[in-house]
Design a protein around this ligand. Sequence first.
Ligand code: MIG
Length: 775
Amino acid sequence: MLEETSFAIRPTNGTNETDVWQSVGDVQKIEEKKQIVSFTCERASGKIHFYRDDIVRIMIDPFAQKYASVSPAVVAAPEKVTTHVQEVENGWELKTNALTVVIERRPFRITVYDREGTVLVRDVEPVRFQAKGRIRCAHALAPTDVVYGLGEKTGVLNKRGAVWKMWNTDVYAPHNLETDPLYQSHPYMMVLKDGHAHGVFFDHTYETTFDLRHESFYTFTSEGGALDYYVFAGPHPKDVLTQYTHLVGRMPLPPKWALGYHQSRYSYETEQEVRELIDTFRAKRIPLDAIYLDIHYMDEYRVFTFDQHRFPHPKSLVQYASEQGVRIVPIVDPGVKVDAEYDTYRDGVQKDYFCKYADGTLFKGDVWPGTSVFPDFLKKKVRKWWGEQHAFYTSIGIEGIWNDMNEPSVFNEKKTMDDQVVHDGWKTHRQVHNIYGMMMTEATYNGLKKQLKGKRPFVLTRAGFSGIHRYAAVWTGDNRSFWEHLELSLPMCLNLGLSAVAFCGADVGGFAHDAHGELLVRWTQVGAFFPYFRNHCAIGFARQEPWAFGETYEQMVKRYIELRYEWLPHLYTLCFEAYQTGVPMMRPLMLEYPDDVETWNISDQFMVGNEVMIAPVMRPHTFHRLVYFPKGRWIDYWTKEKFEGGRRYIVEAPLDRLPIFVKEGAMIARAEVKQSTSIADEQLTLYVYTMEEGTSSYTLYDDDGTTFAYEKGEYVNMHIRAVFSHDTVHFHVEAEGTYQPPWRMRVVFVGHVPSTVIVNGEQRFVDEATNTFVL
Ligand code: MIG
């Protein structure tokens, strides 16, 4: 007989005691101190803390703080909230003006009600945990509830029916409906219940899983950490966004140039190529605001360097671009090449700024530069140092940076850093993986902000966590030139928007694979109305600049890039709304019409603001489509045809037409076409989609578009109210703020022109030939 070691009698997998799910047990004790209600269960402690009337935090910790949260998502401090606590049968009830939380003693269970007594969150089984740190809860869902959010996910708008994992991952291929996870983690959902919305944010940085396959409940599982979640009362979906962004912050206003058309390719490889690209845009009079430098600009992929042969004069290149109204945006990855003669590496090693294993050895991984080390962005001083490195770019006039590979992506089997790496003292990579990229982006944003001396930086990022919108715009990574991926980009970006990432977009034309003329036209039409608008294409695939597929397609692509510039005043106004309220510019129909069940699952139409609806064609050789119109009367942007809402129509959409519909009564400001946002608007036009009777209002926002003066009131909010009645329209116009805009505003009536026009009490005369007057 062969001799065996003790290994022969090893414990079998799965029966380890550490793998057993145990309940936290019943409640034994409860007390209230300074707004915080604390309770003790048999095997856990818990806390209920109202941050506001309409925001409550619930924590249940079976681990005695061994896995305390390190999340950077939350920026709001709890406010003073009047809470009524009273003992009820089998437990306690905590009540504010907007929410009621009931803690049941035996079996322990938490239920959160809204003001009307509707159940928002309810444990359907006890909270369970495993000794090694895993924790899980299960909350009730009604079969008709719809779940949105979860950040950057594939699939349709409604996230039910699948399992979603949060673990930032670089996925080059494929991006299918089943591809999950992707680059970002947003453990946040918005639930729509009979037209009323509430939100739940699980503030967990560990890998987490939402199982939404069940009829009547969902489970949330975290690979570590005490259960720590916030409930947002709603009841309108916009309220949920405002509540969530109260907690995790809102996006600052981007510089206007970030909203223009951007052109990218992996890579524009030489200075000469970039100059020629700019010249071509200008010669063809196609508007352009930014060109991206992908990894080829660097000296053997060393960040903070330029290749001496390909880009010998970066400063004059940036200067040349700037004279043409174009910004240069270089890519910066987190990997720092191991090379003793490379300053960034040497400096970081000497300062002890790179990620290490517990035993003090550096974590090394392969990325573009070959063997590389990774800054420990969890450390504040490392973030400061990394930010300072960007003076390399800002000193030559660069104002925008593109962060890629920051999941972090590493070319190994796990695709990322080893779990066992420890960050910032002693936080394992397993714990902080999902926030690594966001910390890099924070470092980048803050570094740029300091160096740009009052100018707004622009950062684009691939990886992120809840709160990422405070620092960067997000693009959805490596899609492909497939019709299916064009379609997919809508629900992906809509759910990013519902997860507070108002400034997002997908690579127009598709990153990998070969685009073709028809696809590029349709994609550019859609992209023109996405918050972030960049055409990007991978190495080795067909070029996809606007002129890549011949004259006919070029003219159509150009027309929609121009349209983007015409619509910029409106899009910028919507940015301001996102900055103030968290409500994104690109919206699912549900956000405007939560009472209309027909809107809840529409993934292929979207709203831009509250009165404009886009219904793109996203199929080959298709020149019509079915469009759902919510209640009210809608006007075709191109033909002025009217549609009564509450039903569907088939609308025609020849290749040069993106179906756009405007609500009757709407007022929308647009600009003249220009080649770059660096050119000031001399004239804006307020298009008034007249109606017979009724009132409508619009607030146009504007400021200098480049500085932070808006934070001190240097902006203009033009509040315009129109009252239509008996062939007369009364405008009430009021400007708020100290900014003096360069433009004058004329008014154009679309549809019936009223016979009498009165502005702030004074009669005005409308030019009959143009239906126009100057405000
Ligand atoms: O996979 O820098 O998503 O936009 O062009 C290669 C090269 C790494 C991935 C990004 C893509 C970028 C590419 N990068």
